[in-house]
Design a binder for this molecule. Structure first.
Ligand code: SF4
Length: 64
């Protein structure tokens, strides 16, 4: 699984980072990016889905 943040949609709510600090990073304004190449270790897949489901801008996509 892989996560990706669409920078055009992200509004910097910081929610993904709070929910899955292992998968996302935020800049000083709260805008998020996926960490590294976005690859999600199996044990973090639930967290990745949770973060995607909780992004109010639908900016996080998941590739299975
Ligand atoms: S929850 Fe969504 S809008 Fe908020 S920082 Fe993360 S990707 Fe951006």
């Amino acid at each position: 699984m892989r996560v990706k943040v669409d920078a055009d949609k992200c509004q910097g709510h910081n929610r993904c980072f709070s929910l899955a600090v292992e998968l996302f990073d935020v800049d000083e304004y709260g805008y998020a990016t996926e960490l590294g190449d976005g690859q999600v270790p199996q044990e973090l897949e639930e967290k990745a889905r949770l973060a995607a489901a909780n992004c109010p801008e639908f900016a996080i996509s998941i590739e299975e």
